[in-house]
Write a protein that binds this ligand. Structure first.
Ligand SMILES: [Zn+2]
Length: 174
């Protein structure tokens, strides 16, 4: 699958205030399928974190989740792409729960979700996309790098099965 990210969306996902925020923040990233295997992501729906432990966990407000899901259920359903986004201020990798929530969203909507995005607290402002066996680092300077998961992490996620095949990302300049 090929995923195109609009540069405006990437700037939005990696912006300074977001990276400096000490609580986890996030929401949904939306876009459209241009062809069966080509997605353009261009929209962010931010949701308030209602977790009891907002410093270590992200849980979107229910009304906001409904709003994002409604967009998917609208008339052009099947054409809409959706995924999750949140930050880890302590610069840690995806948790098993993070991946599980993506799988649950995908089951709930009855569509295939592309891997979630995670923005970590490192100075570079990288964000990560996870798929089984690989993860992709995308910097706010549009540098894209795919890396194999360490064995430790592979073991960690193995029970979740294959989330998606390796995805190729491209940042669209406009
Ligand atoms: Zn998380």
């Amino acid at each position: 699958m090929m995923v195109f990210l609009r540069s405006k969306l990437l700037r939005e996902l990696t912006k300074e205030e977001r990276r400096r925020h000490h609580q986890e923040i996030g929401g949904f990233v939306l876009g459209k399928y241009r062809e069966e295997d080509i997605v353009v992501l261009d929209r962010l729906v931010e949701c308030t974190n209602v977790s009891d432990l907002p410093f270590v966990k992200y849980c979107p407000e229910e009304a906001c989740t409904e709003k994002a899901c409604k967009l998917v259920f609208r008339k052009d359903r099947g054409n809409i792409a959706i995924t999750l986004f949140h930050t880890h201020p302590r610069d840690t990798f995806f948790s098993v729960e993070d991946v599980e929530s993506l799988i649950n969203l995908s089951k709930y909507l009855g569509i295939e979700c592309i891997p979630a995005f995670l923005s970590t607290y490192n100075s570079e402002g990288h964000f990560l996309s996870y798929s089984l066996g690989h993860y992709t680092l995308i910097s706010r300077f549009f540098e894209i790098e795919s890396r194999p998961l360490e064995d430790r992490l592979k073991k960690h996620f193995s029970k979740l099965g294959s989330l998606a095949d390796r995805i190729e990302y491209t940042v669209m300049q406009r």
